[in-house]
Design a protein around this ligand. Structure first.
Ligand code: G3P
Ligand code: CA
Length: 379
């Protein structure tokens, strides 16, 4: 969450496609979940497995192995953050600077803190976007990750199209105010690649999200970007990402982390509450009125960690969203204990770094091991 760091198929036909794609019921599915019908209406798989930056627990985020592994494991969606290079190319990258996930300090020492938008694609392609992962996670390191490249949107589309599983794309306009016109650029690229008009079917027994109206889901934290996405791509499903404070939903307290006395960020975030039910309802109403089919709320995780944020998936919040016809995809959840607890509150899938674990939770584990897939795809 960048703000937190620096801040026409019929419904019946769609349901048939979704069932034939091997979808199983969640282990803790409530007796009745209105989100299931809402997802079918929007043409989005339920419950959805959204591979956050690819299978990014096991391979460097937003690179060839992370997306290919997610596709081969059976994710419904490959999630990506888009930004734009100085020469106008859409790329997949989360941070708006390059120091965390590349060797920018070595390649361009004088420009190391400059924003992504100040580099051409050719310059970005000179960076190593894999070695940082090996240093950060030695237990998951692979020599073949060294030297991985930042990907363009075109290259991520190639990966989504390139296997027997046909996942969709779940695309976030990242820091969109830095990239005026990126929503229209995105439309042009998706259109050019046929992703706004074609819905190819996968072979039986394979992930078939490309065949659904929700082949692409667009997501953003920024209301202004949601409005522009809606204007450019009115028929493409959209999700408003939710956060507390910092220009998003108002929090009950304005005390900063520094002044809070909390022992870590996760504890601080978990203590944060929405200012009022009316405030939350106003955001749900706004999302619905501006074309969203769902929300992407932050969630607090049982064991904390740097992905543990505010609890915006309380049962009353989920009911408010569902009552307005909005589905709910919380971010970013990796552990069974959280899949179970948050699912019981009534949500419709998860953003996860651990595609394999969420697939297991939903009762449709990959038949092939992660190790075998990684070797087969060349890593
Ligand atoms: O897009 C959902 C989730 O990815 C939002 O957080 O910062 O990982 O993009 P972030
Ligand atoms: Ca994202």
């Amino acid at each position: 969450m960048l703000k937190g760091i620096t801040r026409t198929l019929s419904t019946a036909a769609i349901a048939g496609v979704m069932l034939s794609s091997g979808m199983a019921l969640a282990a803790s599915e409530p007796a009745s979940n209105p989100g299931k019908a809402l997802a079918a209406k929007a043409g989005v798989p339920w419950p959805a497995v959204i591979a956050h930056r690819g299978a990014s627990f096991n391979a460097p985020e937003e690179t060839i192995p992370s997306y290919t592994l997610a596709r081969e494991l059976g994710a419904d969606y490959l999630e990506m953050d888009i930004q734009r290079t100085k020469d106008g190319v859409l790329i997949a990258l989360h941070d708006d600077t390059l120091q965390r996930t590349t060797n920018i300090n070595e390649v361009f020492p004088d420009r190391a803190t400059q924003p992504v938008s100040s580099f051409t694609l050719d310059e970005l392609k000179r960076l190593d976007a894999g070695s940082w992962f090996n240093k950060a996670y030695p237990d998951r390191a692979r020599a073949s990750y060294a030297g991985l490249k930042i990907l363009t949107l075109d290259e991520v589309i190639d990966i989504a199209e390139g296997g027997k599983n046909k996942p969709g794309l779940y695309i976030e306009t990242k820091v969109p105010t830095q990239f005026p016109g990126i929503e229209e650029d995105l439309k042009k690229k998706l259109d050019q690649r046929g992703w706004l008009s074609e819905r190819p079917a996968a072979e039986k027994g394979h992930v078939n999200v490309a065949h659904l109206p929700g082949r692409v889901v667009l997501q953003t934290f920024e209301k202004s970007s949601l409005e522009l996405l809606q204007k450019s791509m009115p028929d493409t499903p959209k999700v408003l990402l939710l956060w507390l404070g910092d220009g998003s939903i108002a929090a009950a307290s304005e005390t900063s982390f520094k002044d809070s006395g909390a022992k870590d960020k996760a504890s601080f975030y978990a203590s944060q509450q929405v200012k009022s039910k009316e405030e939350f309802a106003a955001w749900m109403d706004w999302a619905k009125e501006h074309g969203a089919i769902g929300t992407g709320p932050a969630s607090a995780l049982k064991n904390g960690g740097d992905q543990s944020y505010m609890d915006l998936v309380k049962p009353w919040m989920n009911k408010m969203a569902h009552d307005r016809g909005l589905i709910i995809h919380p971010y970013t959840v990796d552990d069974a204990v959280d899949f179970k607890a948050i699912s019981a509150n009534g949500v419709d899938g998860f953003f996860t770094n651990r595609t394999s674990e969420l697939l297991k939770f939903y009762g449709r584990p990959s038949k092939e091991s992660m190790e075998s897939i990684l070797k087969r795809i060349g890593y």
